[in-house]
Design a binder for this molecule. Structure first.
Ligand code: UFG
Length: 344
């Protein structure tokens, strides 16, 4: 297939490009390099000179995106490009809405107008379990039909985008020109490509596993646990950590399985919840370093406990996480960060 990958220079987007190229697809990555990196783009281009192109652009630049969709005859869009920090979204919600919604509508305009107005055939959207907010007790582990009620502006940007995309898909069906729409609600994505080429390199870094690894590698003095009085077994937040390669598997399966006219949402998470303290124990085991940890107040916007009920994605797409051991997930992240102490 011929795929536009927005946010292709970012952590998850670059892993998607790598996998799709390995599978023999033609890929155009688009990224404004605000938080993405040129280096993985150069690495992928050197390995796949004939089937990979990188375009440095904002995804809201409809003309540029339209030009790319037409020039490369792209029929599928995987839309990863977004701001993705819960805490940051509370501090600067308008920036989040502008990036994650306004720019995405610019992208959708291009997806609608390309190929002489026929538009693209397939759209896969990176949604989030943050759209669920704090699920009611009888919805943990979380199934796809859990009420969606985000606790942060970030979560709202993802939920609003789901609605916008569903409305767009409906319009395409009314026009008798249906699109295949998949919304993948990620749980916490972690780890890096096991060949060691790609990794997670964020500035600022706020995600638990890389922050803890930075503490283990001596790049930070200590780590703060944001909230130790939650109603969970050890008082800290619980999350479901899915390996980035497994997450990309779900995209590939969706691309091949969901048909035009179908609108599907799937949760992507292993189905196992780990508390912040359990993650820190794992990073300490993997690194062999007992770095200092401090208790700190809760972080605004954090949900209490989120882990997946993977029944639907298993039965519909045949997806199952292959890397389920938390230490193995953490080790892939640790190995890359140890080998790349200054990131890319
Ligand atoms: N945490 C700490 N200390 C830190 C960093 C994080 O205690 O230094 C805690 C957080 O409070 C939270 C947990 O670790 O309870 C996980 O935090 P992350 O920042 O790693 O991840 P989030 O759960 O906030 O968000 C991530 C992605 C979102 C996605 C969400 C789904 O960034 O895009 O997972 O849960 F939507």
């Amino acid at each position: 297939m011929r795929v536009l990958v927005t946010g292709g220079a970012g952590y998850i987007g670059s892993h998607a490009c790598q996998r799709l190229l390995r599978d023999g697809h033609h890929i155009v990555a688009l990224d404004n390099l605000h938080r993405g990196h040129q280096q993985p783009m150069d690495l992928l281009k050197s390995q796949h000179p004939d089937s990979f192109d990188f375009i440095h652009s904002d995804l809201g630049d409809t003309e540029t995106v339209l030009g790319a969709l037409n020039a490369h005859n792209l029929d599928t869009v995987m839309h990863f490009g977004a701001l993705a920090y819960v805490g940051e979204s509370v501090e600067d919600p308008l920036w989040y809405y502008r990036n994650n919604i306004s720019s995405a509508i610019g992208l959708l305009d291009a997806c609608d107008q390309c190929h002489d107005g026929k538009g693209i055939s397939r759209f896969i959207f990176s949604s989030s379990c943050a759209t669920y907010g704090n699920p009611p007790e009888d919805k943990i582990p979380v199934p796809e039909d859990c009420p969606q009620s985000p606790t942060s502006p970030y979560g709202y940007t993802k939920l609003h985008m789901e609605h916008i995309l569903k409305d767009y898909a409906q319009k395409r069906s009314i026009d008798d020109n249906p699109i295949a729409l998949t919304m993948l609600r990620y749980f916490n994505v972690a780890g890096s490509d096991r060949s060691g080429m790609l990794g997670e390199d964020h500035t600022p870094e706020t995600h638990l596993i890389p922050v803890a690894i930075e503490a283990a590698l001596g790049k930070r003095e200590s780590l703060s646990i944001f909230g130790t009085d939650y109603p969970t077994p050890d008082g800290t937040n619980v999350r479901d950590y899915v390996h980035v390669e497994d997450l990309i598997d779900a995209h590939v399966l969706a691309m091949h399985t969901v048909e035009r006219g179908q609108v599907e949402a799937f949760n992507v998470g292993i189905g196992e919840g780990y508390s912040v303290r359990q993650i820190l124990d794992s990073v300490k085991r993997v690194s062999g370093v007992d770095f200092p940890v401090h208790d700190a107040p809760r972080r605004a916007g954090d949900a209490i406990a989120l882990f997946n009920n993977p029944t639907k994605i298993k039965s519909t797409l045949g997806w199952e996480a292959k890397i389920t051991d938390i230490d193995e997930i953490v080790k892939t992240a640790y190995d890359w960060m140890k080998d790349h102490p200054d990131g890319y």
